[in-house]
Design a protein around this ligand. Structure first.
Ligand code: PXP
Length: 238
């Protein structure tokens, strides 16, 4: 069974729309876990547009709920992670104007910086994953950088699938990246823009360790509820 990380940033967005505390983010984390999520993902953005620092502090108090903290490679953000020690950190690129994380990390440009960050996180026994575009070069560089895990950006593939376009070339590239990562002993996660159809297609590749899904789950839950949606994703991930 492929593990499922549920990203609850969008629940914080709804809460923030009224500036009070409903829907409560801690209750949301507990509930998605109860529904079958293996871990809970939050992205503490530099602009704090959804998840806030207090959310991170409170969520880390939860027992039996592995927390995957997404952060940029900004020094202040890395220091927060080193101090608060979530179970996992996923390094992502961040751009103030973007609506969501639009692509993977530029590992060439940021090689030295990322190398140092991974070293520090490894020292604190925080498992790091790198959010990368699905290409061979990025997988090889990730290994060289000393990470134990990568998350392959499924945005492009998901969009092709969603729009009923030919996705087989992209899926093949994806498959090659998964195989290479497996052979290099890297754990492989996949995420961004995923829905039922992408989950079903990517589950067939087998060697993926975890899916990270946010927007679709929260959006679909408006109609069917978190419990049903998470259970259906889990069923498709078998
Ligand atoms: N994985 C990473 C690293 C992300 O940055 C995001 C978006 O926050 C996701 C997964 C989830 O993407 P989506 O919300 O489109 O399911």
């Amino acid at each position: 069974m492929i593990k499922l990380g549920v990203n609850i940033d969008h629940i914080a967005t709804i809460r923030n729309a009224r500036g009070e505390n409903h829907p409560n983010i801690i209750d949301a984390a507990k509930y998605v876990k109860k529904c079958g999520a293996d871990s809970v993902t939050i992205h503490l953005r530099e602009d704090r547009r959804h998840i806030k620092d207090t959310d991170l502090i409170n969520i880390l108090k939860l027992k039996n709920t592995p927390i995957n903290l997404e952060i940029s490679t900004n020094k202040k953000m890395v220091n927060i992670a080193l101090k608060k020690k979530p179970n996992y950190v996923c390094l992502v690129p961040e751009n103030r104007k973007e609506i969501t994380t639009e692509g993977g990390l530029n590992l060439i440009k940021n090689y030295k910086k990322i190398f140092q960050i991974i070293k520090k996180l490894n020292k604190k026994k925080i498992r790091t994953s790198l959010f990368i575009n699905p290409n061979i070069k990025s997988v090889k560089l990730s290994k060289k950088l000393g990470t134990k895990c990568i998350e392959l950006h499924t945005g492009k593939l998901s969009k092709l699938i969603r729009n009923n376009q030919n996705y087989h070339i992209q899926l093949n590239v994806f498959k090659k990246c998964v195989e290479l990562a497996n052979s290099l002993n890297l754990k492989v996660h996949a995420g961004h823009g995923m829905d039922y159809k992408t989950t079903n297609i990517l589950s067939k590749l087998k060697k993926i360790d975890e899916f990270n899904i946010g927007h679709f789950i929260i959006g679909e839950a408006v109609f069917y509820g978190l419990n049903k949606v998470i259970k259906r994703i889990k069923k498709l991930s078998k």
